[in-house]
Design a protein around this ligand. Structure first.
Ligand SMILES: Cc1ncc(COP(=O)(O)O)c(C=O)c1O
Length: 414
């Protein structure tokens, strides 16, 4: 580019999105060979077994019943009070940690991550997340003048690499007084991995250790896929651990309606905070509200009302949860097919526990994805491997997919 009008700090912003590239190649193949022949493992949304965008019926019914006023009126900047209360209940279910809590409405989970980075990472500082991670974390950090850095998510046994996490925190805190850590669990994107309760104990031990030395630690738990990770209480049990932490350890949760309500495009989520300090929580509310005002003002009122309506109507809620459970089982069954076949044919897939995605490590992920095109399979090349969307590939097409990935992997790297 020869001519630029952008401010100097903005001129070299470029969104590199491996997903859209892979999706474009897939569209071309679908046009040429027909949807039946093509496996589209690139999508980040849930498709039903017929290949249609899945929609929770109760969500649709309640949404269509909302009065026009609920769709067009402004909402309070912090979010509708009933929505915020419901979101806190939904986040914790019966596993609410002891302490003060607050929530702020955000434009999707993305908005929640944005607010956490904007307000809890010092400009110029390093933010820590795992080496397998959702690329948007890096974009948000960069936009907020921070730098995303990584610890290794897996050790040699494909377990949580607590040692590397500890080492990276220690290294960063040699030069920083505060640190924001982002952990996406349960049902991590892109691997489907979830930290165990013991893994969380180790994470918290490290946080508490540095808090005792006067460091300020903020932990953002990204729970975008929690509704597709297993039983409600089981998947949330780790949250109890966040009670009674030192006041210089703040825990936040990025809540999203995108997956849990099949409401991706309506851009609704929340950032929830837990602290043993009342001051920290009051400050959280004030500064988050300010950042909302400065970015999107208030968010989608209709979507907030929808969530509250479902939550307040016992029959609708029971029906909604049943429908979502069915979708969860559908995705889990697809992931399980892949994992069983991977283990049978000797493909080294990462430990998928649940959620929308699973991944296979590769030295040259782009070449493996290109090779997969020979079998009309389209997946996303990430830095460390190939991402397969269990959310969008039907069970029928999942069958035999691990073998195809192994074949492509061997052709490139074997
Ligand atoms: C890991 C992760 N976190 C958060 C989100 C938030 O999504 P949204 O902004 O649509 O709520 C996504 C969506 O793809 C995600 O993959």
């Amino acid at each position: 580019m020869t001519m630029s009008m952008a401010a100097s700090h903005a001129a070299d912003k470029r969104l590199k999105d491996a997903i859209f590239g892979a999706a474009a190649a897939c569209r071309e193949a679908t046009g040429k060979y027909g949807a039946d022949k093509v496996t589209n493992a690139t999508m980040g949304v849930m498709m039903d077994e017929e290949g249609k965008l899945a929609c929770l019926p109760t969500m649709e019914r309640v949404y269509r019943s909302l009065p026009m006023e609920d769709l067009i009126a402004y909402a309070p900047i912090a979010g509708l009070p009933d929505y915020l209360e419901a979101v806190v209940d939904l986040t914790f279910a019966d596993q609410r940690p002891e302490g003060y809590t607050a929530a702020i409405a955000t434009a999707g989970g993305t908005g929640a991550i944005h607010h956490a980075v904007a307000n809890y990472a010092e400009k110029g500082s390093k933010v820590l997340t795992s080496d397998w991670f959702w690329g948007t974390y890096g974009v948000i950090c960069r936009e907020n003048a921070c730098e995303l850095t990584n610890f290794k998510l897996f050790d040699e046994q494909q377990k949580f690499h607590a040692e590397d996490f500890t080492g990276k925190v220690s290294e960063i805190l040699k030069t920083q007084d505060s640190l924001l850590v982002i952990i996406n669990s349960p049902a991590h994107n892109p691997t489907g991995f979830s930290l165990t309760e013991e893994d969380w104990d180790k994470v918290l031990d490290v946080c508490k250790g540095y808090a005792a030395k006067g460091k300020k630690i903020s932990l953002l738990v990204d729970i975008a896929y929690i509704d597709y990770a297993g039983e409600k209480q089981e998947t949330r049990r780790f949250m109890k651990k966040f009670g009674n932490l030192p006041e210089n350890v703040l825990v936040m949760f990025a809540f999203s309606m995108s997956k849990g309500y099949t409401f991706y495009g309506q851009r609704t989520g929340a950032l929830i905070a837990v602290s043993s300090s009342k001051d920290v929580i009051s400050e959280f509310t004030e500064i988050s509200k300010y950042t909302s005002r400065a970015t999107w003002s208030n968010i989608n009122r209709g979507a907030m009302t929808l969530l509250t309506r479902i939550q307040q109507d016992k029959a609708a809620l029971a029906q909604f949860e049943k429908e979502r459970e069915d979708f969860y089982k559908m995705i889990q069954a697809r992931g399980d097919i892949f994992m069983q076949e991977a283990s049978a044919c000797g493909l080294d897939a990462l430990p998928y526990k649940g959620g929308f995605f699973l991944s296979v490590p590769a030295a040259d992920p782009a070449a493996v994805c290109d090779k997969l095109h020979d079998d009309l399979v389209f997946a996303v090349p990430l830095k460390l491997g190939v991402r397969i969307a269990a959310c969008s590939v039907s069970s029928a097409k999942m069958k035999g997919l691990a073998r195809k990935v192994l074949k492509a992997w061997k052709a490139v790297e074997g």
